[in-house]
Ligand binder design. Structure first.
Ligand SMILES: Nc1ncnc2c1ncn2[C@@H]1O[C@H](COP(=O)(O)OP(=O)(O)O)[C@@H](O)[C@H]1O
Ligand SMILES: [Mg+2]
Length: 292
């Protein structure tokens, strides 16, 4: 990338992660601008793993804030543990007037307060309610917040490298998007997937991988599936095939260990009725006849 100077081109990838050139450049733009990088893509496209790879590649600490449906923005900044304080006031011998000891910084707060630049992963932001990203706008802009209980201002010393992941379905508010650098990770094609598999299983047998990828992509093309197998499923399946010592010519007609690939009963039922005419095998681990 001739127009990027050396300082700009910080993230070069890591040994355990396959990053495309556009992905690396999105990471570097986000670091240079000091803005969060919003990563979208279907499950299994390496969104979570990217943050690990950045931390590893740049030799920085990784803080992970896993978002759940009940997560509130405030929890990422700090939580005032009033219950502990009440307990101490009743049973303890601590000086409860020192409120600072009951203030626990959340992951976002910690990433501002810490004395080094860290990588902060805000994982699966789409799990929370719609207000969540909006509630973070100000803090993401100024990377500063005030704790009224202790009259303390937490101000970032080193802007954290922030990676925010989201699955493809849900829209995020425009005001939030405006503050991010965006990158969509496409599901890898066969060649890309081969590279990813090699990172995990460097010694995988060539023909086994070739056949497995054929079956895997054929399964991904079945539109009727509720949950298409993704990278994690492929990796598990390959491992099962290798552990089971299954030869490559035994996987194209019969799919051994299909329960590693299809995870929904309806998908097993569809697969069985559409491709084998057999009664359903909802346990999913019997061999199933299949032609692609
Ligand atoms: N580009 C990649 N390089 C190496 N491994 C990958 C890559 N993409 C996905 N994987 C592997 O696939 C699995 C799912 O990745 P993950 O980061 O959890 O996906 P997501 O967060 O997008 O659902 C992990 O085991 C990860 O190691
Ligand atoms: Mg993930």
């Amino acid at each position: 990338m001739p127009y990027f100077d050396k300082e700009f081109d910080k993230f070069k990838g890591s040994d355990d992660y396959v990053a495309s050139a556009p992905l690396k450049s999105a990471v570097n733009v986000s670091i240079a601008l000091g803005r969060p990088l919003l990563i979208r893509g279907e499950p299994g496209t390496g969104k979570t793993m990217l943050a690990h790879s950045i931390a590893e590649g740049l030799d920085k600490r990784l803080l992970v804030w896993n978002i759940k449906s009940t997560t509130k923005a405030q929890e990422g900044l700090y939580v005032y543990d009033t219950v502990q304080r009440l307990n101490d006031s009743r049973f303890g011998d601590k000086d409860i007037s020192d409120i600072g000891q009951y203030i626990n910084l959340g992951k976002l707060g910690e990433s501002f307060d810490i004395d080094e630049q860290v990588v902060l992963l805000i994982d699966e932001i789409d799990k929370a309610d719609l207000e969540f990203p909006n509630d973070l706008l100000n803090e993401l802009d100024v990377m500063t917040f005030y704790i009224p209980e202790t009259k303390q201002t937490i101000k970032t010393k080193h802007r954290p490298i922030m990676i925010v992941t989201s699955n493809a379905e849900k829209e995020l508010p425009d005001a939030f998007l405006r503050r991010c650098v965006f990158h969509y990770i496409e599901f890898p094609d066969k060649e890309g997937m081969e590279e990813i598999v090699h990172v995990h299983y460097p010694d995988v047998e060539k023909n086994l991988l070739k056949e497995a990828l054929k079956v895997f992509y054929a399964l991904r093309n079945v539109d009727e599936f509720r949950k298409k197998p993704s990278t994690s499923e492929l990796l598990d399946w390959l491992q099962a095939l290798m552990l089971g010592g299954i030869p490559h010519d035994k996987i194209s007609e019969e799919i051994p260990f299909i329960g590693t690939l299809l995870k929904k009963e309806v998908d097993h039922e569809y697969f069985n009725s559409a491709y084998s005419g057999r009664a359903s095998d909802s346990g999913g681990n019997r061999n199933v006849r299949w032609r692609y």
